[in-house]
Design a protein around this ligand. Structure first.
Ligand SMILES: C[S@@+](CC[C@H](N)C(=O)[O-])C[C@H]1O[C@@H](n2cnc3c(N)ncnc32)[C@H](O)[C@@H]1O
Length: 220
């Protein structure tokens, strides 16, 4: 039997397509479901409030790139507060469905692999519970491209209290929590450099299931 070290990872696109096809993040089996983190009002409502206040703090609305937009239950609430909203995901059928379902003049959907493809340009990149699913190599590849944005709003599911950050995982359904770890882009091996960092929001989950933390980074 193969252990974790010798498992050959699936390509991330195939892994994410399987998550949606097999409803591995839940849902009733009909349509696309990005998980409790995208639907539980205790997690979603404070996030939308916080992002809405950030987006409406600009005199002139800004362009947002929602990287790993998922089923768009959250993104759809933010579109009205932007000049232009570009929502990206790696799952082809999900993007096709979103294109049909959510139509606004200032909204477009793109099917891209964030780790492989060039990213669209914008003022602010939003990555909500996306990097937590990806290997360190893919996180690094994405971080290299994020420096092009003025602002990054990153949401990660991490353990509560102290933990060893950035233990590597195979990209897919799971996250570092299963290894008592979580992503911290400021720590090794990423050592991401920013001009300013502001904590926006933390929601502690019940039964020691960790905390979902949202941070605003201003990039050089
Ligand atoms: C847990 S869902 C979160 C969705 C959404 N951001 C939210 O908070 O509701 C993670 C999403 O990231 C997408 N994703 C993961 N890796 C990606 C990649 N390399 N490129 C583009 N999208 C990716 C998945 O397909 C999935 O839709």
């Amino acid at each position: 039997m193969k252990n974790n070290e010798t498992k050959t990872p699936w390509p991330t696109k195939a892994a994410m397509e399987q998550v949606y096809n097999m409803n591995l993040w839940g849902g009733n089996g009909a349509g696309f479901y990005s998980g409790d983190g995208s639907h539980n009002p205790k997690l979603v409502n404070p996030y939308i409030d916080s992002l809405t206040s950030f987006l409406t703090s600009f005199k002139n609305p800004i362009t947002v790139c929602d990287l790993g937009c998922g089923d768009f239950n959250i993104g759809k609430e933010l579109v009205p507060y932007t000049k232009s909203y570009i929502a990206v995901d790696v799952v082809t059928d999900l993007i096709a469905y979103n294109k049909e379902t959510f139509k606004k003049d200032n909204l477009q959907f793109l099917c891209l692999d964030l780790a492989v493809d060039s990213l669209p340009t914008g003022d602010c990149a939003i990555l909500r519970q996306v990097l937590q699913h990806l290997s360190n190599a893919e996180v690094q590849s994405i971080l290299n491209k994020l420096s092009a944005f003025k602002y990054i709003i990153l949401t990660e599911h991490i353990p509560e209290g102290n933990f060893i950050p950035n233990k590597d995982i195979i990209s897919g359904q799971g996250i570092r929590l299963k290894k008592q770890s979580g992503l911290n882009i400021m720590a090794s091996p990423f050592n991401f450099k920013t001009k300013a960092e502001k904590h926006l929001l933390s929601v502690v989950l019940e039964n020691g299931k960790g905390v979902i933390i949202t941070t605003l980074y201003e990039v050089y």
